[in-house]
Design a protein around this ligand. Structure first.
Ligand SMILES: Nc1ncnc2c1ncn2[C@@H]1O[C@H](COP(=O)(O)OP(=O)(O)OP(=O)(O)O)[C@@H](O)[C@H]1O
Length: 564
């Protein structure tokens, strides 16, 4: 649309300049009175109005299409990041992603709304003018065609040089954003360890690097603008001199020469505009490259062959979970995080998963949540491999209470409702009651409408935990995955949470990453992971009698502290 409007604008401009040259010729050369030029003058006026309207329409259309493209891209990119889940964390910093999602997509604006249509117009408009001029004066047309490629070649060379520097500038900007976010999030740690001064110095170093690369890019942009202006001025002067000589020799009529002089700057204008947009466009391209990299990161799951009719016995209430020979290696890793894990969890029983740090507990949970698919083996519920169920459908059957629940900066009501977005206020309140959270919520001045702050900063760790349990109550899923908090809570919170969890566990198949001895010994079975392998599995009594790793963990002094 922008290109079509641009071409229409060019046709109107050619008509307008032809009218102008014929009026000037009639009035000044043929000495005709203005009264004889009423019709061409009115036409000229109409063309002026039409040209202004087309300019306005072109701008609006370019902005609108850029806006639509940006909204679509932002939604698409966000959906892709959601699908990538934890797989993304290993190769991207949050601040960098934030810069790409906000600033990066904004930078695409100039690229989409200005540069892309301008590249088409900078070929079509000069070509139109050339075709129009050729029958009028082939010498000027030829001169235009010789000078234009030289200007294009210069632009290309400068552009290639600038592009590398702009890529560097974009990387410096995203690095700076990532560092700012990291420092702001770690502000209390920096303060406590008296490292805020060192952090200031680092930020200032990174800012200076960004300033340095930006100045370099701006310098090149300024010089390239200057060279382009000079080259086009030179080309126009060359054609003007050639016209002047021929006018003196009377080898070209004044009207034609005047029209050519008016049209020549218009011939070069699209190229100059292209040069002017090029700097912004290169910035947009640098951002586009990172966006494209993100979009090309393969989503590590979502292979689904399921259709509802295929599995009429799809899981409902009772879930028996069976892991057979599960293995998983992270893309950037050479060592498997899980290897040959086989585990059966009977319906409505609790399995405690234990193991030292790095043994593969979270990886197992991520596989169960289908943030990624296992490299080998099978996870099945009631005999159906979960890889055959649509991901979203499978997640309907799972509730998660993580070790550090994430609360969004919105009301308590909305945060709990995340468990089931369609739930009524009464259902949310009932879930909060079951989670032992209603008492503290009722004491807050705004009750369920209290805004919790970023990550729940206005609530205590115990209160956050209870809201996460309320979410799980509201979801009421048959499979519950629970990662016990390791940080110690005050005794009252501890008791309340233990009671709420005990209620939540009833009538569900539960997998708990357990850190407390109390939880472990109450589980129906215990699975011990070490270095990604399932070392032993059985009831607490069986494992104690076996006198293996679990028995050593319980009896050993270190572990008594850990599980106290
Ligand atoms: N995104 C990742 N990319 C590469 N390797 C990873 C990634 N996440 C985890 N790992 C590796 O996989 C192994 C298992 O990690 P996992 O997080 O599952 O252990 P964990 O038992 O949950 O540890 P913790 O109790 O400390 O949370 C570790 O060696 C870890 O370094």
């Amino acid at each position: 649309m922008t290109v079509v409007l641009g071409l229409a604008w060019t046709v109107v401009m050619i008509v307008q300049l032809s009218l102008l040259s014929s009026i000037v010729n009639a009035v000044f050369m043929k000495r005709q009175g203005l009264s004889q030029q009423v019709f061409p003058l009115s036409l000229l006026l109409i063309m002026l109005v039409v040209r202004s309207a087309l300019t306005w329409l072109r701008e609006v259309s370019a902005q609108e299409s850029a806006l639509r493209a940006k909204v679509a891209l932002r939604n698409y990119l966000f959906a892709h990041l959601m699908a990538l889940g934890p797989a993304l964390r290993s190769n991207a910093r949050t601040g960098e992603l934030l810069a790409t999602l906000s600033d990066g997509i904004e930078r695409l604006d100039a690229y989409i709304s200005q540069y892309l249509p301008q590249t088409v117009l900078s070929v079509c408009i000069p070509l139109l003018i050339f075709i129009y001029l050729l029958p009028i004066d082939w010498i000027s047309a030829l001169l235009l065609m010789v000078t234009a490629p030289i200007i294009v070649l210069m632009m290309y060379m400068i552009g290639t040089y600038t592009e590398k520097r702009t890529q560097k500038q974009w990387r410096a900007l995203t690095h700076m954003s990532a560092h700012f976010l990291d420092s702001i999030q770690g502000l209390p740690t920096l303060k406590i360890f008296w490292h805020s001064e060192e952090a200031n110095k680092r930020i200032s170093r990174i800012s200076q690097r960004f300033e340095h690369t930006t100045m370099k890019v701006l310098r090149i942009a300024f010089i390239s603008g200057l060279v382009l202006e000079f080259m086009t001025a030179l080309a126009i002067a060359l054609i003007a001199v050639a016209l002047g000589i021929r006018l003196l020799n009377h080898s070209i009529p004044f009207a034609d020469a005047f029209l050519i002089l008016l049209l020549v700057p218009e011939f070069y204008r699209p190229l100059r505009d292209l040069g002017a947009h090029r700097h912004a466009a290169i910035e947009g391209k640098a951002a586009a490259q990172r966006i494209s990299e993100l979009l090309h990161t393969t989503v590590p799951t979502a292979k689904t062959t399921f259709t509802i009719t295929e599995h009429q016995n799809k899981p409902r209430e009772q879930l028996t979970l069976e892991l057979t020979n599960i293995s998983y290696t992270y893309p950037q890793s050479s060592r498997p995080a899980l290897h040959g894990v086989t585990l059966r969890m009977e319906a409505n029983t609790c399995t405690a998963l234990i193991g030292s740090s790095g043994s593969g507990k979270s990886t197992l949970v991520h596989l169960l949540l289908r943030f990624m698919d296992s490299d080998g083996g099978c996870i099945a519920i009631n005999g159906i491999p979960i890889s055959e169920l649509p991901v979203e459908m499978w997640r309907e059957y799972v509730a998660l209470v993580p070790q550090r629940p994430y609360l969004f900066d919105t009301t308590i009501m909305d945060n709990i409702r995340l468990g089931r977005p369609s739930a009524s206020a009464q259902e949310v309140m009932h879930a909060a009651e079951q989670a032992g959270a209603s008492e503290f919520i009722d004491q807050l001045p705004d009750g369920y409408n209290t805004i919790v702050g970023e990550r729940g900063s206005r609530l205590s760790a115990g209160q956050i935990q209870r809201l996460a349990i309320a979410r799980a109550f509201l979801k009421d899923a048959p499979l519950l995955i629970l990662d016990e908090p390791t940080s110690s809570l005050d005794p009252i919170s501890e008791v309340l949470i233990q009671q709420a969890i005990a209620r939540l566990m009833q009538q569900r198949t539960v997998l708990v990453i357990a850190h407390r001895y109390n939880t472990i010994k109450q589980a129906k079975q215990i699975a011990v992971l070490a270095h990604g392998e399932l070392m032993e599995c059985g009831t607490p009594q069986q494992l104690l009698a076996r006198n293996g790793q679990y028995a050593r963990l319980v009896q050993g002094n270190e572990t008594k502290e850990a599980y106290a």
